[in-house]
Design a protein around this ligand. Structure first.
Ligand code: NG1
Length: 552
């Protein structure tokens, strides 16, 4: 059966990768859209096989997130609503690059040894979403063809059944949605287990219901301007606003950069990536009063940063600050409920040093009722999510605004039990857990959670910004012949190969007060990233520049 499937895949032609290899990295496959046609067909195949293997729905999102409009890509959502397990990422890479029938068939057999036995009588369902890129409808169609090819009834015979009594493969096409909405749909569909994908209205309703509990009888009138990066976030914001107003919740999200003009404007000078990396205002900022509040989503709305203007400069509240806000809030609730749950705060090496010190001091202050730690893992949200699973409550955010808060099953049961007994803090914890996306970073859920925490705790953006002061930092890109020649330790803070490079970084850092610097190959762009931090901005800039010179 794997031979028949391999031959059907190859009929679609070889991958047009111009001699390059495409890798399923921290953000799935990403490349110029022109290179992706065959790859996307194969992504459909991989997703269908994963669904067949797990007997659950999985998902595919066609997007290249914060990359330019000409790029595209895909992220596969696993059966638990999270990111694809590592082994299947390797499988996806192998299958996407294979050009030979025997190699492809043996790849299928080695990564999915039960394929032949499970295929007979099995079925697969894949939830499909796409972003607003011009190339996305065509690429989503190719994913669909890949999925359906798996269960194709060529000559009246389903590829998966000897004599077809089963359903083969099915696609549930959600159309234009945010990446976290695909994760949500897969998670909820598999939790219900009735083979149906719940309508997306359920996503908005869940948020509204949780907000109602968190706000209680508090009358609110909070407005945030939302920079939607000219991407999918605009549609979700509009729908969310409708539901908020139906429930008379006094939160309003006023979208700008909604992408109703030139498709090339996606992520162009706007969105979370632009704001967080350049620390500059995005394009299209509406004329507004001095106290206005702003948030920027990225192109597929899985990241958010918050900001405000001070003397026409931007004051950034990035992923580290969001994690700090949630951690302080959760520590208060854990103190009040005495539930004795562990709280893990997970960051990457890009987290500002001041944020790490701040989080550690928050945990130390609450140590009587909260056992916790701050840890650092490799870049890429899957690594953070994985680490966050070690705690009762895991708060994880990348500095760029990608993250969420997850609650373990046992923590949820304890919170629910205490909350049924009427404990107010436990009821609040329960509602917070229902508000925030349990599967993946979600710009919309995170923003609503920020808004509600600020509102109920009576914290202004200025007070929140004052939790700690960021150490001056800079991130630069260096173009090299082969970025993968640079190898790092697991937490990416040190280079292991070439050794001379780490020696040079150490020498440069030793000359700088409060200096910290690390180098790693990007997983999503063809470059090496340098991050430097120091007591003064000029010194951080110089440190990054010196280390950059050592790389080239
Ligand atoms: P790379 O290109 O590997 O640095 C970037 C972001 C990650 C993550 C991924 C996926 C930085 C420094 N890196 O990864 O945090 O979000 O994209 O989108 O922001």
């Amino acid at each position: 059966m794997s031979k028949a499937l391999a031959s059907a895949i190859l009929q679609k032609g070889p991958p047009a990768l111009s001699g390059k290899t495409i890798t399923y990295g921290t953000a799935g496959f990403r490349a110029n859209a022109d290179m992706l046609e065959c790859v996307m067909f194969r992504v459909g195949v991989v997703a269908a096989l994963r669904s067949l293997q797990t007997h659950k729905m999985v998902g595919v999102m066609v997007t290249a997130s914060h990359n330019p409009a000409a790029d595209n890509g895909s992220k596969i959502v696993d059966q638990d609503g999270g990111m694809l397990v590592h082994e299947w990422e390797v499988f996806a890479t192998r299958l996407a690059n294979s050009t030979d029938e025997a190699d492809m068939s043996s790849t299928i057999d080695s990564f999915y040894p039960d394929f032949n036995s499970q295929a007979a009588g099995g079925s697969a369902t894949v939830v499909l979403g796409r972003d607003t890129r011009v190339s996305s409808p065509k690429l989503a169609e190719l994913v669909k063809q890949g999925i359906l090819t798996c269960g194709d009834r060529g000559g009246g015979v389903c590829r998966w059944h000897d004599t077809c009594g089963g359903e083969g493969a099915k696609v549930v096409d959600l159309g234009i949605v945010t990446t976290p909405q695909v994760h949500w749909a897969v998670l909820r569909a598999n939790q219900k287990g009735d083979g149906q994908v719940p309508p997306l209205q359920g996503y908005y309703e869940e948020h509204a219901q949780a907000l109602k509990v968190l706000l209680g009888s508090k009358q609110t009138n909070v407005k945030f301007h939302v920079d939607c990066a000219n991407g999918v976030g605009a549609k979700a914001v509009e729908e969310m606003n409708k539901t908020l107003s139906e429930h008379s919740i006094g939160f309003s999200l006023v979208p700008f950069n909604v992408g109703d003009g030139d498709p090339e404007l996606l992520n162009e000078g706007c969105g979370a990536e632009h704001v967080q990396k350049s620390r500059k205002l995005p394009s299209g900022v509406p004329a507004s009063g001095g106290n206005d509040k702003f948030a920027s989503f990225d192109g597929d709305a899985d990241r958010v940063v918050v900001w405000y203007k001070k003397d026409s400069n931007l004051v950034l509240l990035d992923g580290d600050k969001i994690a700090a806000l949630f951690s302080v809030y959760l520590c208060h609730l854990l103190d009040a409920s005495k539930l004795k749950l562990s709280l893990g705060i997970v960051q990457t090496a890009y987290a500002n040093g001041s944020s790490t010190s701040f989080m550690s001091s928050v945990l130390a202050k609450h140590k009587e009722n909260v056992t916790g730690e701050v840890s650092c893992v490799a870049t890429g949200v899957k690594h953070l999510h994985h680490q966050a699973l070690h705690y009762d409550i895991g708060v994880y955010f990348e500095a760029n605004g990608h993250g969420t808060v997850i609650f373990s099953d046992s923590a949820r049961s304890k919170i629910e039990e205490r909350s049924r007994g009427g404990d107010a803090a436990a009821q609040t914890l329960h509602a917070f857990a229902s508000l925030i996306n349990p599967a993946i970073g979600d710009a919309l859920s995170d923003l609503l959670a920020v808004m509600v925490v600020l509102e109920v705790e009576g914290i202004s953006l200025e007070q929140w910004a004052g939790y700690y002061e960021d150490l001056p930092s800079i991130m630069t890109k260096v173009l090299v012949k082969d970025r993968n020649a640079i190898k790092t330790t697991k937490d990416e803070q040190r280079v292991t190969e070439p050794k001379e490079l780490q020696d040079a970084v150490d020498a440069a850092v030793s000359k700088v007060e409060q200096g910290r610097c690390f180098v790693r190959p990007s997983g999503t762009e063809d470059c090496v990233r340098v991050y430097a931090e120091a007591g003064k901005q000029e010194t951080a800039n110089k440190l990054a520049e010196d280390v950059g010179t050592d790389i080239t």
